[in-house]
Design a protein around this ligand. Structure first.
Ligand code: NAP
Length: 480
């Protein structure tokens, strides 16, 4: 179930929010502690969906600052009015009278940490007479979510376990696979009732929360930062379109990705996308890597093949595939702007296809180093426009939003008939591509590369053709 917490200044305002929440959620939580003076009876009359009535005291991170007797009285009133659920702090259950039709959610909160004695707290609450145990704790290491999943899996009593904070996000989504009774989602951004909460709409539409079950396969992207990533939107839409029971989540990995991957192996994650800054270090966690990864020294894809973690790199096939749509690369002179990770992947792909590669980079040593390693020419970026290339590829971030007026090379590096490929995908049409098209060049957007590398991941993970058009639509939808 998805529950939307609701607060407001007047009965009509709260009722309006309850009606909006009922469209995206199964339950509404009335946070009475944030609404002193509002009549509970008026809020509950002809309610649009079942409710949880909560009146959380300051000591548990809530806003109720009045007398304890008044706080408890309101919860007792909720029972009398047949609210479907009341949320009671573990230390006050004995003061709430049972009534027909009302279930007790007995809760514990820790806004600092996930306590060492989490399991003990859970059993204590379960033994206290709770119908549902609820524990919400701050997660400070993404691996702590595994304790939450393990407790959920082993709990005999219906349980709500929430990891708060950005690092607890995956518990809010994946908890359902392990038996979480409900998760909280806000009505809109800015209306969160706890740190790390996402919207009910994101839970439903982006993560397809209601479809997650014990058999749902887990995938995700390992990155830091990760909140900007478009990969969850693309891959979840692709799973939906292909009718595959899987969910794809963002894993914000702040520490060593090797430790992360080893820890999450225990829940059988089926595949990862890997991006900055973990593409190189994560190789140490693989059981197998293909030749491409060995040569490039970086991977962007992990496939769990029957328990074995296999690393590969679809950045290369994605970029080269996009270029080959416009003809073979053998014998073509390719001017590659940049010498970072993206350049490295493209350079290896071009060399393998028999293209003649020239690397141009702002920092001479870095460019010369990559050129020497690959066995190709190098030229300083300032001289790039003197080269008459068949293909020009920008792998720098120049031209990316918000610096959309910038170009990685001067326009006189471009000429009619040339293929111009920009790794930058935001905006989909950069100034470089616009000027190139105006001069009669054939252009390829970074979106094409992005979608192709993601589609290749999807196919490696699932063994089924990727719904490329759906994935492309999601990317364009996110970029406008
Ligand atoms: P990176 O390793 O940090 O390398 C950045 C490169 O850009 C370096 O060569 C750097 O030159 C150069 N650069 C940065 N700012 C510059 C400037 N103002 N003028 C000239 N050169 C500049 O980054 P990366 O991982 O290779 O990624 C580069 C870009 O490719 C990013 O925008 C990324 O989003 C994009 N990308 C897109 C896709 C896709 O699917 N479309 C895939 C991978 C990457 P110095 O050596 O002089 O610092």
């Amino acid at each position: 179930m998805i529950c939307v917490p609701v607060t407001g200044k007047s009965v009509p305002e709260v009722r309006e929010q309850m009606a909006a929440a009922a469209k995206v959620a199964d339950l509404v939580e009335l946070r009475m502690d944030y609404m002193p003076g509002l009549a509970l009876r008026a809020l509950l009359e002809n309610r649009p969906c079942p409710v949880i009535v909560t009146n959380r005291p300051l000591r548990e991170g809530g806003a109720f600052a009045g007398a304890e007797a008044d706080r408890v009285a309101l919860l007792n009133e909720a029972v009398t009015l047949h609210a479907e659920y009341v949320d009671i702090e573990a230390d006050s259950i004995v003061r709430i009278k049972r009534g027909p039709g009302t279930k007790f959610i007995v809760s514990h909160h820790d806004f600092e940490r996930l306590p060492d004695n989490l399991e003990e707290i859970h059993s204590r609450i379960a033994d206290s007479g709770a119908d549902i145990v609820k524990i919400a704790c701050m997660v400070r290491d993404i691996r702590e979510n595994l304790r939450i999943f393990s407790l959920l899996r082993n709990s005999a009593r219906p349980t709500i376990l929430i990891g708060m904070g950005e690092l607890g996000l995956v518990s809010r989504i994946l908890g359902r696979k392990f038996g979480n009774v409900l998760t909280f989602g806000s009505l809109a951004h800015g209306k969160e009732s706890a740190p790390g909460q996402i919207t009910a709409q994101e839970l439903r539409e982006l993560y397809r929360y209601k479809k997650i079950g014990p058999g749902t396969d887990i995938y995700g992207v390992i990155a830091n930062p990760v909140s900007h990533s478009m990969s969850p939107a693309i891959h979840n839409a692709a799973f939906e379109a292909a009718g595959i029971d899987a969910v794809y989540v963002p894993f914000k990995v702040e520490g060593d990705p090797v430790d992360f991957v080893r820890a999450y192996h225990t829940i059988g994650v089926r595949g990862y996308s890997v991006t900055l800054p973990h593409k190189e270090r994560i190789i140490a966690a693989m059981d197998e890597t293909d030749n491409l990864v060995k040569r490039i020294g970086a991977l962007n894809t992990v496939v769990n093949r029957h328990g074995k973690l296999c690393g590969t790199n679809t950045d290369v096939s994605g970029a080269i595939g996009a270029l080959e749509e416009l003809g073979p690369l053998r014998g073509k002179k390719a001017l590659l702007i940049g010498a970072g990770g993206a350049a490295r992947a493209v350079a290896y792909g071009l060399i393998d296809r028999g293209a003649q590669v020239i690397i141009a980079n702002r920092t001479l040593e870095r460019g010369a180093k990559l050129a020497a390693e690959i066995g190709c020419e190098f030229c300083p970026l300032a001289e790039a426009d003197s080269i008459r290339a068949d293909v020009l590829i920008n792998t720098t971030s120049v031209g990316m939003k918000p610096h959309t007026d910038e170009m990685p090379v001067r326009a006189n590096a471009l000429r009619a008939g040339m293929i111009v490929f920009d790794a930058v995908y935001n905006p989909p049409e950069t100034r470089l591509l616009r000027e190139a098209a105006a001069l009669g060049c054939r252009t390829i957007s970074g979106v094409e590369w992005f979608v192709r590398q993601a589609a290749a991941q999807f196919e490696l993970w699932t063994g089924t053709p990727a719904p490329r058009a759906v994935m492309e639509r999601v990317v364009y939808g996110k970029l406008v």
